[in-house]
Design a protein around this ligand. Structure first.
Ligand code: SIN
Length: 293
């Protein structure tokens, strides 16, 4: 057990995120250290730990400190013997993707089509694509909380109390239309867990209480009480607000990076600027959050 390691929290200098130094996440942490990490997570939204060396079970144990593990719905893409870990990868075996190759290819907050979407996602870089000495496959994050703060008062009043319908199929149809999705279709049983859900358009952070916009273009298919055309126009407008560059943190991966992000206050986009034979292998865990309010 690591007792009171001297951890340093260094803000990225961008709109969100912090680097955390001085900690080996493969070791169990004492409670005061975990509390520091949790406070930094709620404050900065993204925590980056470099040069980590974690076994799947160690990643699972650390993730569990944040809450109950949320197992990804498509079992085809989870790691052998570790259903808690989703494999994100463009690598193929016998002509089939070994993991999700299309994860994150449009702006989104993770699995918001669930009733209890995840509080946190944990992504561990096992292999990163490198071309001519440059690492490809960055992830860009954007603060939906900062985006909410910068809305004008009329828009804040307009969206207060509205809800939106989030749909797994909406999201993946939109991705497929952009040529960015090639995943298998969910089985009948998996589809039962993928019914559209209704969440507030503005949600409050479960730890800090800070408000953030909670809609994603494609995934949000309607707003109860609004005509479809008006609803989709509003969703597009809010999505454009969230993804403005002024709210970004751009993560340039290195092998061994372990990044945690807060789905209640952020959205992200995985940049697909690499192809095989350049390989990218990431291990993802996520933990359940509360029902958004
Ligand atoms: C994701 O959206 O979970 C994937 C992010 C990434 O692979 O960079």
């Amino acid at each position: 057990m690591l007792k009171n390691p001297a951890i340093e929290v260094i803000p990225t200098g961008q709109a969100c995120g912090a680097n955390i130094h001085g900690i080996d996440l493969s070791q169990p942490l004492d409670d005061p250290t975990f509390e520091k990490i949790l406070a930094a997570f709620a404050k900065y939204g993204i925590l980056v730990f470099h040069e980590q060396n974690m076994l799947p079970q160690q990643q699972i144990e650390f993730s569990k400190r944040f809450g109950e593990i949320d197992i990804y719905v498509l079992s085809e893409y989870t790691l052998d013997r570790y259903p808690e870990i989703l494999l994100i990868s463009n690598v193929q075996k016998n002509g089939k993707n070994i993991g999700l190759a299309d994860a994150g290819t449009t702006w989104h907050t993770d699995t918001s089509y669930l009733k209890r979407p995840p509080l946190a996602t944990f992504l561990y870089a096992k292999e990163v694509p490198i071309k001519d000495g440059v690492v490809l496959g960055d992830t860009i994050f954007s603060s939906a909380a900062a985006a909410y703060d910068k809305l004008n008062e009329a828009m804040k009043i307009k969206i207060e109390g509205l809800t939106a319908i989030h749909s797994y199929h909406g999201k993946h149809t939109a991705r497929a239309n952009l040529g960015r999705s090639n995943r298998i279709k969910p089985s009948q049983e998996e589809n039962r867990a993928l019914q559209p859900v209704e969440h507030p358009v503005v949600r409050r952070h479960p730890i800090s209480g800070r408000k953030a916009i909670y809609v994603a273009a494609g995934e949000c298919v309607s707003i109860p009480g609004l005509e479809t055309e008006d609803a989709l126009a509003l969703i597009e407008e809010l999505a454009a607000q969230i993804t403005k560059e002024e709210f970004h943190y751009h993560h340039h991966w290195q092998e061994g990076d372990f990044v945690i992000w807060d789905n209640c206050q952020l959205q992200h986009l995985a940049v697909r600027d690499y192809e095989l034979p350049l390989r990218r292998i990431m291990h993802r865990t996520q933990v359940k959050g509360p029902i958004p309010i």
